[in-house]
Design a protein around this ligand. Structure first.
Ligand code: UDP
Ligand code: MG
Length: 143
C-alpha cells in the first residue's frame, strides 16, 4: 500500500442536494483524510480544460453545462491507496451499475448527473490536484 492523494469533486447536483456532509462523512469513515478543500463555481473554460480528455466525446458539451450549472466543492483526499479507495466509495460512473451503498448508487440520477468526481490514476491525480490547488494549496496533516 502506498499513501496517495486524489482529487475529488462534489458536483453541482451533490451540492444542490445538500449532500456535502454525507459525502465528507463517508470519506472520513473510510479513513481518508481531507488535506485541501474549496467551493467554487466553474467557468466553461475551467470545465472544458478539466475534462479536456473527453473533448471529442458526444457528451462533452452537456458535461460542461452540467459542471457549470452550480457551485462545486473540490477536495484532496489522502490515505493508503486513496485513488482506488475513493473510486470504490464513489461507485461506477453509471449509478444504475454502481455497487450498493456507494455514493453514486445512493444519490446519482444518471450516467451524467452522478454526484462526484474522482481521479482515475496516479498521473491524473497529480495533474488534477495541481489544476485546482497549484503548488502550495494542500495542507499536510501535522496532527
Ligand atoms: N459522462 C456522461 N456520459 C457518459 C459518460 C460520462 O455524461 O456516457 C459524464 C459523467 O458525469 C462522468 C464524466 O462524464 O462522471 C466523466 O466521465 P468518465 O468516463 O471519466 O467517468 P468517471 O471517471 O467520472 O467515473
Ligand atoms: Mg474519469
Amino acid at each position: 500500500m502506498a499513501v496517495e492523494q486524489t482529487l475529488s469533486i462534489i458536483k453541482p447536483d451533490g451540492v444542490q442536494k445538500n449532500l456535502v456532509g454525507e459525502i465528507y462523512g463517508r470519506f472520513e469513515k473510510s479513513g481518508l483524510q481531507l488535506v485541501a478543500a474549496r467551493m467554487m463555481h466553474l467557468t466553461s473554460e475551467q470545465a472544458q480544460s478539466f475534462y479536456a480528455v473527453h473533448a471529442e466525446r458526444p457528451f462533452f458539451s452537456d458535461l460542461v453545462s452540467y459542471m457549470t450549472s452550480g457551485p462545486v466543492i473540490v477536495q484532496v483526499l489522502e490515505g493508503d491507496d486513496a485513488i482506488v479507495r475513493n473510486r470504490e466509495i464513489m461507485g461506477a460512473t453509471n449509478p444504475a451499475e454502481a455497487d450498493p451503498a456507494t455514493i453514486r448508487a445512493d444519490f446519482g440520477e444518471s450516467i451524467e448527473e452522478n454526484i462526484v468526481h474522482g481521479s482515475d490514476g496516479v498521473e491524473s491525480a497529480i495533474a488534477e490536484i495541481a489544476f485546482f490547488f497549484g503548488d502550495d494549496g494542500v495542507c499536510p496533516r501535522t496532527r
